[in-house]
Design a protein around this ligand. Structure first.
Ligand code: HEC
Ligand code: HEC
Length: 364
């Protein structure tokens, strides 16, 4: 072998090795966050999600990275998952969220489970707000609109959308995955929104003891106490007037008196009224879904109730009186044992299928 052919051979060998390195990097990403075919719906959800469009697995995969990627915030310290923590049913165990530079928000981080299926129930008739509303005050009317807001919010992630797109463009490793998910390598804020929204839609929960009991798979899946609690929930306690449907929300807004300040005769948080401009909506907040509720205390938009028992005791007193309180609330006269039964029922709403852990590696 001549000296020059040895050089060429070594050089080729190196190229091959470098190529392999690149491939290894790509396959490490793919192995850690693979494209997963849309999994079967968790038990009990089939009927409720029947009308929902099938998920796009490439978008769910891309959205999963973006959801957990702290580079989507101004100082690269906060991701969606900083507040929506998978181990707390995608909520945060604190009365108020903390964004970049330790800034304290004013509302509690809600769980984001089962948001992909339409809310089907409409008890409020013509006064009903738009059927899809996200945030405690319903200011976003689609999941795509919703997911972009915290990124630009100066108190949460603080990255203006133009800057967000530039930042993602500077990460070469993201481009191929945008191409796989959307058919072109161009990165836009709408694609970012579509991918993250698709990941959020993929967080579906079912097969809770309640589902196995209610849909007939296992009559003993719920304890006798929880079964008694379900009667109070659905009938005597009238909880299901608002907490209705597969996700236990009618998607409407109610004023329970949370945040009412008796001394100033005002609400600490205007709630829905700030969106509609209607003074009658002061103190109204979105009816939260109750799936996996036992796994994500504290409760209410301001996290002011710390346990499920406190919540049921609160309803038993008829909420907090104020001039605009939702008429349906009244003292319930539940005994201590009744209260425990409702709590048991609420615990039986914890299911499976939504869980996740952060990806280990991200596109570079
Ligand atoms: C700093 C903490 C924080 C970060 C970061 C954050 N959120 Fe939130 N999220 C909240 C809080 C607090 C609310 C309720 C705010 C309100 O109602 O005004 C909320 C509301 C939501 C809702 C509405 C749920 C419903 O039922 O109405 C969704 C969906 C959501 N966030 C998804 C995301 C996504 C996706 C990201 C990342 C792009 C993200 N959030 C980043 C704290 C955070
Ligand atoms: C008039 C409609 C209505 C009725 C009736 C009602 N709720 Fe609620 N529920 C709401 C609204 C609205 C909130 C959020 C209020 C807020 O944060 O200001 C809420 C919050 C909750 C929460 C806290 C969930 C979370 O994520 O913070 C639980 C648990 C709950 N309700 C259970 C019940 C039970 C049990 C009953 C029956 C005893 C009941 N609800 C009756 C509308 C209602």
């Amino acid at each position: 072998m001549t000296r020059s052919s040895i050089t060429v051979t070594v050089a080729l060998g190196l190229c091959a090795a470098i190529g392999a390195c690149n491939l290894a990097a790509v396959s490490e990403l793919d192995a850690d966050n693979p494209v997963r075919p849309d999994p079967p719906l968790p038990y009990g959800m089939e009927e409720f999600f029947a009308g929902a469009a099938p998920l796009n697995p490439e978008r769910v995969r891309l959205g999963r990275w973006l959801f957990f990627d702290r580079r989507l915030s101004a100082d690269e310290t906060v991701s969606c998952a900083t507040c929506h923590r998978p181990e707390h049913a995608f909520s945060e165990p604190a009365p108020a969220a903390t964004g970049i530079r330790g800034q304290r928000g004013r509302r509690r981080t809600p769980g984001i489970i089962n948001l992909g299926a339409p809310t089907m129930l409409d008890f409020d008739g013509p006064e009903r707000d738009p059927p899809l509303a996200f945030f405690w005050d319903g200011r976003a009317t689609s999941l795509e609109a919703q997911v972009l807001m915290p990124i630009a919010d100066p108190h949460e992630m603080g990255l203006e959308h133009g800057a967000m797109v530039s930042r993602l463009e500077s990460i070469a490793g993201y481009r191929p995955y945008f191409e796989k998910a959307f058919g072109s390598r161009e990165i836009t804020k709408d694609k970012v929104a579509a991918a993250i929204a698709e990941y959020v839609r993929s967080r579906r929960s079912g097969n809770a003891p309640y589902d196995r009991w209610a849909y007939g798979r296992d009559g003993r899946a719920m304890s006798a106490e929880a079964q008694r609690g379900s009667e109070i929930f659905f009938f005597t306690g009238q909880c299901a007037m608002c907490h209705a449907g597969f996700n236990f929300t009618d998607g409407g807004f109610g004023n329970l008196g949370i945040g009412w300040d008796e001394s100033t005769q005002s609400f600490r948080d205007e709630g829905r009224a700030a969106v509609t401009g209607n003074p009658r909506d002061r103190g109204k907040f979105k009816t939260p879904g109750l799936r996996d509720v036992a796994d994500r205390p504290p409760y209410m938009h301001d996290g002011s109730l710390t346990t499920l028992r406190e919540v049921v005791e609160f309803y038993n007193r008829g909420g907090i009186r104020n001039p605009l309180q939702t008429r349906r609330l009244r003292p319930l006269g539940l005994s201590e044992a009744d209260i425990d039964a409702v709590v048991s029922f609420l615990r039986a709403l914890s299911g499976e299928g939504y869980e996740d852990t952060p990806p280990r590696v991200f596109p570079k």
